[in-house]
Design a protein around this ligand. Sequence first.
Ligand SMILES: *Cc1c(COP(=O)(O)O)cnc(C)c1O
Length: 353
Amino acid sequence: MEIRIKKADKLMERPDDSNLGFGSIFTDHMLLMNYTKGKGWHDLRIEPNAPVAMPLSTMVYHYGQAVFEGLKAFRTSSGEIRLFRPKDNIARLNRSSRSLCIPEIDEKEALEALTEFIRLEKDWIPSATGTSLYVRPTIISTDAYLGVRASHSYLYFVILSPVGAYYSEGFNPVKIWVTKDHVRAVRGGLGEAKTPANYAASLYAGEEAVKNGYTQVLWLDGVEQKYIEEVGSMNIFFVIDGEVVTPMLNRSILPGITRDSVLKLTTEWGMPVSEKKITIDELFEAHENGKVSEVFGTGTAAVISPVGELKYGDKVMYIGDGKVGPVAEKLFKTVTDIQYGNIEDTHGWIETV
Ligand SMILES: *Cc1c(COP(=O)(O)O)cnc(C)c1O
């Protein structure tokens, strides 16, 4: 693997660890690679982070042929830098690419390049508890052409953003709106790909949720609008009658890496766990019978996000008196302890930078 490095002449000022927020601060450099038909992926390079100008006819601006990933780099108390399950993110990027007719990248090389890039930017990784460096690999179509077809050229890029602790003031259970009027994805569509189109499709219902005092949307299946799918940037879990339940992957749900980690951990802990089809009506019925003890979302940003309230039509479900449940709490602690090196990684999830 050959990687060309051009360093920035002047480095930016580092932000204060206590005030990072999410996704608005970026590091000094970017990682880039181009694809041209006939030549394949080439010109892997690190450059000073700067705007990249493209003609307004560039395909991605018109038809949205693009995929992305989201993962994090952590600094341990001993100063070690580590990535959580990066191989799974790169493999998923390639799976998403296949759904959108984007050429795949070499996974081994991509991990090596990513590791080298993060090593170069390591001073940007914050050290306060709960903070990390968010990593955003992306591929966009770059042909300057208005005809509809898959592009013949692409740009792979990675940008890095130091992010604050998601729970700096303790767990905040979220309020979730179950939409009856909109769907995010359908079987045979793009639901299982991490692609901007799914986010564009989620905005209208997202605003509707906010107008009604809710923060996120829980999506039902796109065909019958009966089966629970996911939250749109998080997968969803329930603890029903002591069993950990999450919707079965059905090609319109994004296969979350945190989801997979939660399934593996709870199974190891000897809990009953199942991935199955579950309807929104079944969930409300279980709740009315006092069987739903916890609801939580899973995703890279928050790891575990407890849900305190769900609204579906004129029914409202309150879960756990605004407190975080024991399963969610234990999962959050275990996953973050593995990430920050407080406990041993027995799963091979950590890559040291
Ligand atoms: C990224 C994402 C998730 C969460 O996946 P993780 O790998 O756990 O971060 C869930 N749903 C959608 C639609 C996503 O894009």
